[in-house]
Write a protein that binds this ligand. Structure first.
Ligand SMILES: Nc1nc2c(ncn2[C@@H]2O[C@H](COP(=O)(O)OP(=O)(O)OP(=O)(O)O)[C@@H](O)[C@H]2O)c(=O)[nH]1
Ligand SMILES: [Mg+2]
Length: 500
């Protein structure tokens, strides 16, 4: 028996093994929960304990990835991981638990994995040592063997010790939801800025894991999972930990410096727009809600649209002009997800700030999702985190072509101020554009000026950056009543019409 290998709250290894060996029966009621309570929602006929036992690792129907054509099968066999998903269901309805599992599946598939099985354990809280109940680890192992999986993905952010304990017992790589999301971001990052932000988040995640393993508690170098490629391949082994930590710190410092430079560039661009008082709209919302599709509809931006989570990582900004000639910008942003890893929010702060600085948020919601209200809440949580909670918000329910009539009715009742659109068919998009433009801030200063015909440049500025109220061609020039920002107001002063 090796000396103590797990940091708290894992029990001493001896205890741990004992617990594990004899855990099966005791584990039915690991938290002092009444085993019968576990079957409350189910048919009470028959042997209830057996039923509880079976239900405690509940298979979620339709979980395995549908692979359509043979070439794709071969491709996946070569490249992709075969995964079993597992989650601990601690509260909420069974439907909530299944929705969460469906989302985990979508995340895994976006990362390129083939999902073989999804399992849910109902439990008061995750086990501090093994995430799922210790007695259930054997069952998980059986599923892994039976399906030929090479990876287990746990829903949630696990302690390093939990990952290690599970890995030891299940004998394949175990990763958590955070590592999975980081992996997707890493695959999708295109720009230097995006790549830098993702790498920073990954290193920060990794650094915490190194600290978690600490000293002699660390994983063996060259071990099963060490250096494993693929999702969340958690590289380094114990003998190298100190050097690795130093290497990580150096790399983090370099990336931070690079981010500061990039931030400066972004800040300059933003300052330019501010100076010209160009109003800005940010399109925010849950991942896959249709934000990029909507930007394309509103502006012909030609942005990448994909039925994948986190297709957009780099914000795209497009200029647009209102029918009365005012210029404003529309920015497509990174999508949010429930429990967005904290490291990612931190690293993407400068990108996310785009939203905090906007004059208006178009909050896009997938009306055909199983739980649109949950998505709205998750998005608002992140918006608060990034100090964008106070920016005026226009709720936009998208995918009305796909959503059920009942779902749309419920959303209309709950969110009477929302605008209903379909980026796919274009339905409602004109109305959305009009409402969005009407909610742009008006320039502060009222002017009544007579612009000589040779000052076309000034007329141009009023058109672009002011809000025209009336315009009249006279013998001496163009008489304009408008609202403009203070700087333009200053330039127009000499042409002010003095009445009376
Ligand atoms: N049926 C239907 N599908 C839509 C609609 N709008 C978008 N989609 C689809 O939804 C998927 C996601 O669209 P995107 O525009 O990429 O969504 P996004 O919010 O930008 O997603 P991320 O950038 O990944 O966060 C794509 O497959 C779109 O074709 C719509 O109005 N109706
Ligand atoms: Mg997008």
């Amino acid at each position: 028996m090796t000396p103590r290998r797990y940091p708290d709250p894992t029990p001493e290894p001896d205890d741990f093994d004992d617990l594990y060996e004899g855990a099966d029966d005791a584990d039915l009621d690991p938290d002092g929960e009444d085993p019968e309570a576990l079957v409350d929602d189910y048919d009470r006929d028959g042997l209830q304990l057996d039923l509880a036992e079976r239900l405690s690792l509940k298979r979620v129907a339709g979980m395995s990835t549908q692979v359509e054509d043979i070439s794709e099968v071969e491709y996946r066999d070569l490249q992709l991981e075969r995964v079993v998903l597992i989650s601990v269901w601690t509260g909420g309805s069974e439907q909530d638990a299944e929705n969460a599992m469906t989302e985990l599946k979508a995340l895994a598939e976006t990362a390129g994995a083939q999902v073989l099985e999804g399992l849910i354990q109902r439990r008061k809280s995750p086990d501090p040592a093994t995430y799922i109940g210790r007695g259930k680890v054997d069952e998980l192992r059986e599923v892994v063997v039976a399906t030929g999986a090479d990876t287990v993905i746990c829903d949630g952010e696990l302690q390093p010790a939990q990952l290690r304990n599970l890995e030891d017992k299940v004998k394949v790589k175990v990763i958590d939801r955070t590592a999975l999301i980081l992996d997707i971001f890493a695959q999708h990052a295109k720009s230097v800025e995006g790549k830098t932000q993702v790498e920073l988040a990954q290193l920060q995640y990794l650094r915490q894991r190194l600290r978690g393993w600490g000293g002699n508690l660390s994983r063996q170098a060259g071990g099963r999972a060490a250096g494993g490629a693929g999702i969340g391949g958690r590289g380094p082994g114990e003998t190298k930990i100190e050097t690795d930590r130093r290497r990580i710190n150096t790399r983090v410092a370099i990336l931070r410096k690079r981010m500061r430079d990039l931030d400066a560039t972004r800040e300059n661009k933003r300052a330019d727009r501010k100076r010209n008082r160009i109003p800005s709209i940010a399109i925010v919302g849950y991942t896959n809600a249709g934000k990029s599709s909507l930007l394309n509809r509103l502006t012909d931006a030609g942005v990448l649209v994909e039925d994948a989570l986190f297709a957009t990582l780099d914000p795209t900004t497009r200029r647009h002009t209102t029918p009365d000639g005012r210029v404003y910008t529309l920015t497509d942003t990174v999508g949010f997800v429930r429990h967005l890893p904290h490291d990612l929010v931190e690293s993407f702060k400068s990108t996310l700030e785009e939203s905090a600085q906007a004059n208006l948020l178009l909050h896009v919601v997938d009306g055909s999702d199983a739980d649109p209200v949950g998505q709205i809440q998750a998005v608002r949580t992140v918006l608060n985190d990034i100090d964008a909670g106070d920016v005026p918000e226009q709720l936009v329910i998208n995918k009305t072509d796909q959503a059920s009539t009942e779902a749309l009715y419920a959303l209309r009742t709950q969110f009477p101020e929302a605008i209903f659109v379909s980026a796919r068919t274009g339905q409602g998009v004109d109305q959305l554009r009009a409402v969005a433009e009407s909610r742009l801030p008006s320039p502060e200063i009222s002017v009544d000026v007579l612009i000589p015909y040779e000052r076309g440049d000034l007329m141009d500025k009023i058109h672009k950056h002011g809000q025209l109220i009336t315009l009249e061609h006279t013998g001496e020039g163009t008489r304009v009543v408008a609202r403009v920002h203070p700087e333009l107001g200053g330039e127009l002063k000499p042409f002010q019409v003095t009445t009376g």
